[in-house]
Write a protein that binds this ligand. Structure first.
Ligand SMILES: [Fe+2]
Ligand SMILES: [Fe+2]
Length: 153
């Protein structure tokens, strides 16, 4: 077990759990969109969820990058340097996507059908991409905690 990765893991696992809870709430809204006449309240609720998620996601990514979490993984398991770089690269694009979807949801209270469909699609992709990021990171962290390369299979 890697003692340096252990010191980050508890907090990261806890934050991932809370992020997943937010994503799950957002997903349940997106899979059951309201009829046109009830969209403005729904957009307000979606904007509130995303406005809550955005700063937490930003703080989480910053903590991962600045705490040395990825450096510790790479140090414990040198073969992971490429994937760690990719994971850090995803932070920027995921934050941009949250901000983009949040901006639309918090925008005009009425959206035409095309804009509304586009919002649903982008929100769905955002949920998928953040969820995948969190899953891959958990997997990387747990494998490193279990001993790294020897535990790959
Ligand atoms: Fe991350
Ligand atoms: Fe993370």
């Amino acid at each position: 077990m890697s003692p340096t990765v252990v010191r980050h893991s508890k907090q990261i696992v806890e934050e991932h759990k809370r992020l997943r809870e937010s994503l799950s709430r957002i997903q349940s809204m997106v899979v059951k969109p309201p009829e046109a006449s009830r969209r403005s309240g729904w957009l307000k609720d979606l904007a509130a969820e995303l406005t809550d998620l955005e700063p937490r996601l930003k703080a989480h990514f910053e903590a991962e990058e600045k705490s040395g979490f990825f450096d510790d993984i790479t140090e414990s398991w040198p073969g992971t340097s490429d994937i760690c770089r990719r994971m850090m690269g995803e932070h920027e694009s995921l934050l941009k996507a949250v901000s983009d979807v949040c901006g639309t949801a918090a925008g005009p209270a009425t959206l035409d059908e095309t804009s509304f469909r586009s919002l649903l699609e982008r929100a769905g992709l955002l949920i998928r991409d953040v969820s995948r990021h969190v899953e891959r990171e958990n997997d990387l962290m747990f494998r490193t905690l279990e001993g790294g390369p020897a535990a790959q299979d």
